[in-house]
Design a protein around this ligand. Structure first.
Ligand code: PA5
Length: 451
């Protein structure tokens, strides 16, 4: 089972304090399981690992097989919750150097991403890359109106039609969107694209276990049945109201205890680059769920030991408002020993014959203790292995912990009203019809503020 360990945080959080938090955490869990509480219209993710649509799951597998057979690239067009989960799984569970491996050693298409930024260079250069192989596109948007993916999809649709013809493009474009509503649904129906459904009651950042994540993940050759099996086992384990036994309750409670003591930034630290995109997914999950109404922890991420040589200095020695949660994998998926090199001047003879994993583990332990000495409370989430099963388990764990934690904070963890502010300004400044007054006001402000 995935475990949560706070033995290095005893100086900051006592068990009594945790127990005081227990009733509220248990009430939050009960509300989530009963489909109640703030944002209760968006609790479809709670039962999804068992309630998912089997027919759609089979269609995802068939479509993924087609993409694997006929494509060198799958372009996933989406932003936020519409691509971060798939990227997390794919980066975690496929070869770390897959982008540079020759096609025959890659096991399926390279999944590439578009529509998560507005850089013309990024998108133009992506088109350059696509010229080197066969392409399929999976456009993913629940609302269908998000500017970044909508603009990127215009570019990619035009590219695909130019390259494959309208009919050919139609058989290579797949849309994942709302079952009945929205601009992408209307477009997909009009064009005759094969579509997959984003359930009404599952928000973007909780959607990785739906077709949003599963189609690209399956196209990358990952066993999505195992992911759902892991999530289903997590669902059973994390429905346990026993505060001492349920790691999601304890993690949610511990981070809230620390927040109340002024530790307003949580850093998720990993010791394997494969976890980098999991960290990005986690940042979105917690940042968008909790950061509202003037509340919430700021979720940050570091990749160790890389970042021990950059952010490590600040964490050890800078302003004290940080705590660290180490996302630790208990077994490495490969081993590699350090060779003997008699006469070498690097002073590392004592490591000859030892596995790099042992060195990494000691770096983790040594860093955690050093950070505790530097007044950085340390928590740990331990995942047994980097497998599809444990990916599914971990996803569900963080989703449940996030739901409980949002309740403890007193916010609705399932909305994101703050995301609208920049969009309105951007539309106004771009001259979207209906935004004329905002545009005038913004331009006056920019002139006044010297921008
Ligand atoms: O978690 C969320 O709801 C957001 O991050 C959305 O996923 C993101 O804004 C993309 O929205 P959409 O899928 O509607 O394009």
């Amino acid at each position: 089972m995935l475990t949560f360990d706070m033995s290095l945080a005893g100086r900051w959080i006592g068990e009594k304090e945790m127990e005081r938090m227990a009733p509220a955490a248990q009430a939050a869990l009960a509300a989530l399981l009963a489909g109640e509480g703030p944002g209760s219209d968006f609790l479809g993710w709670v039962s999804w690992p068992d309630a998912y649509d089997r027919d759609e799951f089979d269609r995802i597998l068939r479509t993924a097989e087609t993409i694997r057979r006929n494509s060198d690239f799958l372009v996933v067009v989406g932003i936020g919750g519409s691509y971060l989960g798939a990227r997390a799984a794919i980066d975690l569970l496929t070869h770390s150097q897959r982008a540079s491996l020759p096609r025959e050693r890659r096991d399926g298409p390279l999944v590439v991403y578009a529509g998560h930024n507005l850089s013309p260079a990024w998108h133009a250069e992506l088109l350059d890359l696509l010229e080197t192989g066969e392409v399929s596109v999976n456009v993913i948007s629940k609302s269908g109106t998000t500017t970044e993916p909508a603009a990127a999809f215009r570019i990619l649709k035009a590219y695909m039609e130019r390259r494959y013809g309208r009919e050919g493009a139609r058989s290579r474009i797949f849309a994942t969107t709302d079952a009945a509503r929205g601009a992408l649904r209307t477009l997909a129906d009009a064009e005759g694209y094969e579509t997959f459904r984003i359930p009404d009651d599952i928000g973007g950042r909780f959607s990785v276990l739906t077709a949003v994540g599963l189609l690209p993940i399956a196209a990358a050759g990952i066993d999505i049945g195992e992911i759902l099996r892991g999530a289903s086992d997590a669902r059973a384990a994390l429905a346990d109201p026993d505060f001492g036994r349920n790691p999601a309750l304890r993690y949610a409670a511990a981070r809230n205890c620390l927040l109340r003591k002024g530790y307003g930034v949580e850093i998720l630290a990993n010791y394997d680059p494969a976890l980098h995109s999991v960290t990005e997914w986690w940042k979105q999950l917690f940042g968008e769920s909790e950061g509202k109404d003037g509340r919430g922890l700021f979720p940050a991420g570091v990749d160790f030991s890389t970042d021990l040589h950059s952010m490590g200095q600040y964490i050890q020695d800078g302003r004290r408002f940080l705590f660290e949660t180490v996302l630790q994998v208990e077994t490495s998926r490969r081993s590699l020993s350090i060779p003997d090199d008699p006469g070498s001047l690097d002073g590392l003879d004592f490591l000859a014959g030892r596995d790099l994993e042992e060195v990494n583990r000691k770096a983790l332990q040594g860093t955690a203790l050093a950070h505790v000495d530097g007044d950085v409370p340390n928590l740990a989430v331990r995942v047994p292995a980097l497998t599809p099963y444990w990916f599914g388990w971990m996803v569900y764990f963080f989703e449940m912990a996030c739901g409980v934690s949002g309740h403890l904070l007193g916010v609705n963890p399932f909305d994101q009203p703050g995301v609208e502010a920049y969009k309105r300004n951007m539309f106004a400044l771009l001259g979207k019809p209906g935004f004329e007054r905002e545009r005038e006001a913004l331009e006056a402000r920019m002139a006044g503020e010297g921008n």
